[in-house]
Ligand binder design. Structure first.
Ligand SMILES: Cc1cc2nc3c(=O)[nH]c(=O)nc-3n(C[C@H](O)[C@H](O)[C@H](O)COP(=O)(O)OP(=O)(O)OC[C@H]3O[C@@H](n4cnc5c(N)ncnc54)[C@H](O)[C@@H]3O)c2cc1C
Length: 266
């Protein structure tokens, strides 16, 4: 088996305190030698400068970094200039997304779906970038049907979670998608945060986990202890079942990811 691929995702902070916190988290996670760090990008270019800043910092620290790039609300010129900047910086990996239109933004811009962005990146930059895309084993909330979502994912792949994760991988293989599919891992720190993420991306919180977390109420120590157990077991199951790696949504905190890593004995 190939060596699993591990990565940590950050968002660009908005305040000097946030910047300091992220620098500390990065330092702590760097000792684990992940394959890359990724940095999110606000749809419509709302974090363009801040994303670039964090990308440059990570690069200067000597790590591989994958900027996210979402296309909704953007023009081709805009995306072209971002790609040029990343090429000049020697960035080789990019996470290509559609993004969600910020509220109040009326126009979708010149791209409607992520597959159009992937094609555009390939047309502009050839094979320079290794392109990662998003997938939704529990179906993207706006998809007409699960089948439609799968076909849309195949289109995106062609342009350049436990059981639901394995089912999704099986379905992808059946329709000829051979790309490695790395599951995204959200450590459980706060129930409200987890519920918000789940609503946004359409991944369900299993009923028994939801009920247990609700039962802990404000007892954050118990929430976190339970969260670490559940998420570590999930990661073990994913790796044992053949997942090619893990991508951690760190929310700029190193603690939970470090603890899960330690427990996994990686
Ligand atoms: C790992 C990860 C990281 C993320 N990082 C960011 C980030 O940094 N910034 C950000 O803004 N968002 C980010 N997101 C969120 C993402 O942008 C949203 O989930 C968004 O709603 C969908 O993006 P997508 O790239 O999957 O879109 P798409 O692949 O375009 O899919 C969106 C919807 O349209 C449908 N669809 C796709 N193609 C077609 C087509 N050609 N015709 C008709 N229907 C189609 C799909 O079935 C789906 O329902 C991230 C998501 C993940 C999983």
């Amino acid at each position: 088996m190939n060596k699993p691929l591990f990565s940590f995702e950050f968002f660009p902070p908005q305040t000097p305190e946030g910047t300091e916190k992220l620098a500390a988290a990065r330092k702590q996670l760097a000792v684990l030698h992940p394959d890359f760090f990724s940095v999110t990008f606000g749809a419509g270019g709302s974090t363009r400068e801040r994303t670039l800043e964090v990308v440059q910092q990570i690069k200067a620290e000597g790590f591989e970094v994958a900027p996210h790039l979402s296309c909704i609300g953007s023009t081709r010129d805009n995306v072209r200039s971002i790609l040029q900047t990343y090429q000049q910086l020697g960035i080789k990996r990019i996470v290509a997304l559609r993004g969600d239109l910020p509220s109040g933004m009326a126009t979708t811009g010149e791209f409607q779906y992520a597959n159009e962005l992937v094609s555009f990146i390939r047309a502009q930059t050839g094979e320079h970038f290794h392109i990662e895309v998003a997938a939704y084993p529990e179906v993207h909330p706006q998809a007409r049907s699960a089948r439609d979502d799968l076909v849309n994912f195949k289109r995106k792949a062609a342009a350049g979670a436990d059981d639901s994760y394995f089912h999704f991988v099986d379905e992808c293989r059946k329709i000829g998608v051979t790309l490695p599919i790395v599951p995204g891992i959200m450590p459980i720190v706060k129930f409200t945060q987890l519920a918000r993420f789940s609503d946004m991306c359409g991944a369900e919180i299993p009923r028994w986990i939801r009920r247990t977390l609700e039962g802990y109420g404000d007892d954050s120590e118990s929430v976190q202890a339970f969260g670490l157990d559940v998420v570590t077991q999930l990661c073990e199951k994913l790796l044992a079942g053949g997942a090619p790696g893990l991508h951690f949504y760190t929310l700029n905190q190193s603690g939970p990811a470090l603890e899960i890593w330690k427990r996994l004995g990686i």
